[in-house]
Design a protein around this ligand. Structure first.
Ligand SMILES: C[C@@](CO)(OP(=O)(O)O)[C@H](O)COP(=O)(O)OP(=O)(O)OC[C@H]1O[C@@H](n2ccc(N)nc2=O)[C@H](O)[C@@H]1O
Ligand SMILES: Nc1ncnc2c1ncn2[C@@H]1O[C@H](COP(=O)(O)OP(=O)(O)O)[C@@H](O)[C@H]1O
Length: 254
């Protein structure tokens, strides 16, 4: 019972509006094939819910624990996790804009659905996923590439060639909430409907040909103003994922 839990990057990330304290996104999410954690369920006699892994967070804030709490009342789930430990081999850096925690929660839901015979449909898993975090639905659908809108709940598969993505993650702990706040106060702008339609229809390689790092990610300038050290990692053909701190480039055809 082992499953890979992939990282993602945001090829582009634009803001389309406000929803309460949140912001609506227009974004292309793409799975990073060579960067993943591994989740496994291993039989145990411990008789207590257990997650084993190299995290900086405590159990209560772990996304996998949040996911467990949302499904534990389904038949057989509690019993299953009294008898199986969850092991997570962490390779995706945290606070990285690579969605590691969100990906782990989605992978856990997919595995629990299978091994506890819950028979939940993807759309039902997506409703649960959204309660954990905005990026979790993307990972539940297991698409290589998708257009993601709303605050993350609208996920539409995008057909394109598999991208060979290289990432670097500076050791800078970017705070997502702080970055959105600076954006709202100092850099706020909304993408137009026409621009949004255009980007959502273009493939990722085309998009990156026409956008530079600042135009591709509306949150980059806000992140840079909070964490100026990020600027030292800026290089030609590299882009910024989510709220950072990771930069990425595409190596297809190189
Ligand atoms: C912007 C993205 C794009 O992938 O950044 P990364 O986390 O990947 O870097 C994500 O959607 C982030 O989602 P997630 O990391 O789950 O954010 P949350 O923990 O839910 O939100 C932390 C805080 O950021 C702000 N927030 C988050 C998401 C959003 N669409 N609008 C917001 O304004 C809110 O103030 C919220 O309290
Ligand atoms: N299973 C998990 N793996 C990694 N981080 C987690 C997990 N559960 C909760 N977190 C917490 O989530 C935050 C980072 O989220 P993560 O998804 O790794 O990165 P990002 O939001 O930068 O893409 C940190 O506060 C981290 O401690």
């Amino acid at each position: 019972m082992v499953k890979k839990s992939y990282a993602k990057v945001n090829i582009f990330l634009k803001i389309a509006g406000k929803r309460g304290n949140y912001h609506e996104l227009v974004s292309r999410f793409v799975r990073v094939h060579n960067l993943y954690d591994k989740l496994s369920f291993i039989k145990t006699h411990r008789k207590a819910f257990t997650i084993i892994g190299n995290f900086s967070c405590n159990l209560e804030t772990n996304t996998v624990y949040k996911a467990y709490n949302l499904i534990k009342d389904y038949d057989g789930v509690e019993e299953f996790f009294l008898n199986h430990e969850i092991h997570i081999e962490k390779n995706i850096p945290e606070f990285a804009g690579l969605g590691g925690g969100s990906s782990n929660a989605a992978t856990f839901l997919l595995m629990a659905n299978e091994y506890c015979n819950l028979n939940l449909l993807k759309d039902e898993l997506c409703d649960i996923a959204l309660k954990i975090g905005a990026d979790v639905p993307f990972f539940v659908y297991e698409y290589d590439s998708a257009n993601v809108t709303g605050i993350g709940e609208i996920v539409e598969k995008f057909d394109e060639e598999i991208l060979n993505i290289e990432t670097i993650t500076p050791k800078i702990k970017c705070n997502t909430g702080e970055i959105f706040k600076i954006f709202r106060d100092n850099f706020y702008k909304e993408i137009s409907k026409e621009e949004s339609k255009k980007l959502l229809s273009m493939n990722s390689l085309e998009i990156l040909k026409v956008l530079d790092i600042k135009k591709a990610n509306d949150l980059y300038e806000s992140a840079l103003s909070l964490y100026p050290q990020l600027g030292t990692y800026e290089k030609k053909d590299w882009y910024f994922s989510g709220t950072g701190s990771s930069f990425f480039r595409i190596n297809n055809g190189k």
